[in-house]
Design a protein around this ligand. Structure first.
Ligand code: SF4
Ligand code: SF4
Length: 244
């Protein structure tokens, strides 16, 4: 009996595991439509000027050291307008980027990390299944930031929530009390918030997220999360005299 073909998988920064068969293939016309959406982004002309294929971005890229991932391939696919490969990357490679922008040292003035930002946004905007899978690991963080206006508190750094962070997160979660004391702002020592955001700022944030379509993006990615965040938002906005 012939051995089964190996399936290549990779862990995303959010801890999800994807494989090439994880996403659904679509007609070429749909791939072309997605690519046109990427190119129509006003940032696109600043992020791609062609590619020397020199590999400097790969040498600078931390994700390339740990994953089967190359910013050079992202830039090349975009420069060649390889619609099939770009669709594949949108469902796979782009979720391996840590958005550090070390690749901006490109001698051709490209920004592969910037291209990836656009590719990710188009993937999310169009509800690609791979974007949902990649963002699953961030649900708690998205909820925390969008309801409180604050970032991750030390309590959230649990190894089971961030398996992809390796031994570093184990060390943090084993020594949470120590870390809380080491963090300077008083409120970082609490279990719920990094710092208190006043009601006026929170109201403004909620309105921005509502009117700029961020909430629609959340609904595309995770309907349950969207409902929970909307509940919290509506209550605060109602108290402030806004109805959305
Ligand atoms: S994107 Fe820039 S750094 Fe990367 S291979 Fe192309 S020219 Fe070189
Ligand atoms: S932004 Fe992404 S592609 Fe660029 S160096 Fe960082 S991880 Fe690599």
């Amino acid at each position: 009996m012939a051995a089964a073909a190996p399936v290549t998988t990779f862990a995303t920064a959010g801890g999800a595991t994807l494989s090439p068969d994880h996403y659904v293939d679509v007609a070429y016309e749909e791939k072309l439509r997605l690519w046109d959406e990427v190119k129509a982004d006003p940032r696109f002309p600043d992020y791609l000027y062609g590619c020397y294929e020199c590999g400097i971005c790969v040498a600078a890229c931390p994700s390339a050291k740990f994953y089967n991932f190359s910013p050079r391939k992202i830039a090349q696919a975009a420069a060649r307008e390889d619609v099939e490969l770009i669709f594949e990357q949108m469902n796979d490679d782009v979720w391996n980027c840590s958005q550090c922008f070390s690749c901006n040292r490109c001698p051709r003035q490209n920004s592969p990390g910037g291209l990836i930002t656009i590719l990710r946004e188009v993937a999310v905007n169009n509800g690609l299944a791979s974007s949902k899978a990649a963002l699953e690991g961030y649900t708690r963080i998205v909820y925390k930031i969008m309801t409180t206006g604050t970032q991750v508190s030390p309590d959230m750094l649990q190894a089971d929530a961030f398996p992809d962070w390796g031994p570093g997160v184990m060390e943090v979660s084993d020594n949470l009390e120590l870390w809380r004391k080491a963090l300077p702002p008083e409120t970082l020592h609490t279990t719920s918030m990094s710092w208190q955001v006043d009601d006026k700022t929170l109201t403004e944030l909620y309105l921005i997220w509502h009117y700029t379509g961020v909430m629609d993006l959340i609904a595309e990615v995770d309907e349950g999360l969207h409902m929970i965040i909307l509940d919290v938002m509506e209550e605060t906005l109602e108290e402030a005299g806004f109805e959305i």
